[in-house]
Design a protein around this ligand. Structure first.
Ligand code: C5P
Length: 229
């Protein structure tokens, strides 16, 4: 059973996907894994930064993607067996990730990898909660349960500012809001794998909801769709 969660940056998809997989695993005998597909594109960008690629020559980044082993499992992202889970969240990597995500050849490689990871889980009797921008539209269009998790840009900017402040960092609401709006536009307008609501998706707008509220709502919907215990 594959459950997809798509939606814009800052909607809380990673946390929700992880907790939903945990909740479904607790509520059933089946183990649900979760997959953070954004970390794959981020990893290619990290590699590009390390190898000092010319960002205006897409083939350079493509070659790196062709010759790199990325593993995403249990919330950890490995680049040729190096744990890069934290490193790929840096602002420098975030800034360059669109060079990987906008590149059709790199998307092909990532989509094949995502399908092969899902196949392995399903073959050993597990379920999968996978999150990204194109999971319910392009990668797993036949998934039985698809979510589009979103929140207004203002709400997402407010949450991001809160996260920064919690970590003792400074942030400017208007700048964060502008970056979020720019990323939304870029994610929704790319030629391959653009972010959009999948057909038959359940749309959840999480303004004013806690993470627990969101996870409970999604778990409830999964039950209704008879995600197999
Ligand atoms: O979800 P996250 O913010 O980590 O994703 C990083 C970037 O990777 C996004 O801005 C998006 O452009 C891209 N992405 C994508 N397709 C996915 C997941 C992420 O294009 N399935």
């Amino acid at each position: 059973m594959i459950i997809t969660i798509d939606g814009p940056a800052g909607a809380g998809k990673s946390t929700v996907a992880r907790l939903l997989a945990l909740t479904l695993s607790e509520q059933s005998e089946k183990i649900y894994e979760y997959l953070d597909t954004g970390s794959m594109y981020r990893t290619i960008a990290l590699l590009g930064l390390r190898r000092n690629v010319d960002w205006n020559t897409p083939r350079q980044l493509e070659k790196l993607a062709e010759n790199t082993a990325i593993t995403v499992n249990n919330g950890k992202t490995l680049l040729n067996s190096e744990d890069v889970t934290e490193l790929v969240r840096s602002p420098e990597v975030t800034d360059k990730t669109h060079f990987a995500a906008d590149n059709p050849a790199i998307r092909l490689i990532m989509v094949a990898l995502q399908r092969s990871i899902a196949k392995q889980f399903l073959e050993c009797g597990k379920g999968l909660v996978t999150e990204g921008r194109d999971q319910g539209t392009a990668v797993f269009p036949d998934a039985p349960v698809k979510f589009f998790l979103t929140a207004t840009p203002e709400e997402r900017a407010k949450r991001r500012l809160g996260e920064l402040q919690q970590n003792g960092k400074q942030g400017n609401f208007n700048e964060i809001l502008q970056r979020i709006t720019e990323r939304d536009l870029r994610d929704a307008s790319r030629s391959v794998g653009p972010m959009k609501e999948p057909t038959n998706a359940i749309i959840v707008v999480s303004d004013g909801m806690t993470i627990e509220d969101v996870v409970n709502q999604l778990a409830q919907k999964c039950k209704q769709f008879q995600v197999k215990p």
